[in-house]
Design a protein around this ligand. Structure first.
Ligand code: TRP
Length: 448
């Protein structure tokens, strides 16, 4: 069975080398596996929770999308979209909000951490906490459940959010599934094999530690400058160095093959200078990143290309989201009323696209006619000839307002093979539609 894998990238910053090695590269690699259907998206609604600077949000959306594309994401294979282009997600967010226990949101780590920070500062516990932050896990559940993802690759800090998504899904299934599972229960996928990349100071590379190496920004020069700042021990050139535990080596490993790793270690043990080792690391990273950087620059210079990729992705995503949301709305009781109304039972399909159509026309003989056809053009009713178009028009009008009633007296005949009941139903539907139109017009006029 195809496994759906889904993950979101919050669009607040600019991707660094750690994001590339820890998230982007493994996700793209995983998306190439057979039997996997991947959904990757810009979590730009989530970004609004963390950032209220519109320029920064806009820039980050562009940079993150360009990064994923430059890194080799195959958008034919995966569904790549912006969360904010899928209105069904916010709609589902509400359906889920209504079945989520407030107490559970009280226990969310991100919210609790903010409360704790406020309390520590002797402030009001909820100071500066928005409802967006509070309800963050529900929106995330909507992201995941909208596409019934089986697996969600995330960092450890997100495990609780996936558990909450499971809980909400279970509750929704129980309340509304009627014995059927509307939602798949998602599983967090923690990639322990992918080592977190150390930053300049050896702690995890992260914007909040200000220890990052830029991925594309600033070109080779910025890369060189960042690597020059990687902390090493103070062993002099020629002195043997211990490769194990050196952050520089961990960074090197993230881009090297087995043979390169071997040589690098041997040379360090033999006294390779740190300065030279750093240059080798720069060259190695540049060999990987250089070609992508060129592609990245081209994309950022042509945002219309990125936008069209995202729009195509949104179309693909919505092709699933739209019918699924319809099913969910139905499940919770948000249904078309006409489906059960007596008028529809008589009138047949309520969609305008399905309604029968009257056509008035004049033949070569100079006479006037009208006919009724199905929406697909099949003849239902054919009139006799009229000398005056006005008379034909008057009959059509009567049918539209009175439905099947004039059938008995009108100079018309049923088309061959068509039952009287079918024609009556078609006329009743037209009449109901006409009446609804008139009522709408009247209420509009009353409001004006
Ligand atoms: N909250 C995630 C993060 O900060 C981003 C995210 C939003 C996400 N929606 C998601 C991740 C759905 C996985 C699935 O990393």
């Amino acid at each position: 069975m195809t496994q759906r894998v889904l993950t979101g990238i919050t669009t607040t910053g600019t991707p660094h080398l750690g994001n590339y090695v820890g998230a982007i590269r493994p996700a793209i690699a995983a998306s190439r596996e057979p039997g996997v259907e991947s959904f990757f998206f810009l979590a730009d609604y989530h970004a609004l929770i963390k950032c209220d600077d519109p320029a920064r949000i806009a820039r980050s959306r562009l940079e993150i999308a360009a990064t994923w594309l430059a890194a080799g994401l195959d958008t034919e294979r995966v569904t790549f979209y912006a969360q904010s282009d899928i209105p069904e997600i916010t709609e589902l967010n509400w359906l889920l909000t209504c079945v989520t226990a407030k107490g559970q949101m009280n226990r969310a780590h991100a919210y609790k951490a903010s409360v704790d920070a406020n309390v520590a500062k002797d402030e009001d516990p909820d100071a500066n906490i928005t409802m967006g932050l509070y309800c963050y896990p529900i929106l995330m559940a909507a992201d995941i459940l909208m596409f019934n993802a089986h697996r969600v690759p995330v960092g450890r800090d997100q495990i609780q959010h996936i558990e909450m998504a499971r809980d909400v899904a279970m509750r929704f299934n129980h309340l509304y599934g009627g014995g059927k599972d509307l939602f798949v229960l998602p599983e967090a996928e923690i990639e322990d094999a992918v080592a977190t990349l150390p930053g300049l100071d050896g702690r995890k590379m992260s914007k909040s530690y200000d220890n990052t190496v830029p991925l594309f920004e600033g070109g080779p020069k910025a890369l060189q400058q960042a690597i020059a700042r990687v902390v090493t021990d103070s062993k002099l050139p020629g002195e043997p160095k211990d490769p194990e535990g050196a952050h520089l080596v961990t960074l090197f490993d993230a881009f090297a093959d087995a043979a390169q790793r071997e040589t690098f270690r041997a040379d360090l043990r033999a006294g390779l200078a740190w300065g030279e080792a750093k240059q080798r690391l720069v060259d190695l990273i540049e060999a990987h990143v250089g070609p992508m950087r060129a592609r990245y620059a081209e994309l950022v210079a042509h945002p219309e290309q990125i936008e069209s990729v995202l729009q195509a992705g949104a179309d693909k995503a919505r092709a699933r989201a739209t019918p699924f949301l319809k099913e969910l709305r139905h499940a919770v009781g948000l249904r078309r009323m006409v489906a059960s109304a007596a008028v529809e039972a008589k009138a047949g399909p309520a969609h305008k696209a399905e309604l029968a159509v009257f056509k008035q026309y004049r033949e070569a003989d100079g006479q006037f006619y009208f006919k009724l056809t199905t929406a697909h053009g099949d003849l239902l009713l054919q009139s006799q000839a009229f000398a005056e178009g006005r008379v034909a028009g008057a009959w059509v009008k009567r049918f539209k307002t009175e439905g099947a009633a004039p059938l008995a007296e009108a100079p018309v005949s049923l088309a061959e093979g068509v039952s009287r009941e079918a024609v009556e139903a078609a006329l009743a539907a037209l009449q109901a539609h006409e009446a609804a139109e008139q009522a709408a017009k009247a209420s509009k006029a009353a409001q004006a």
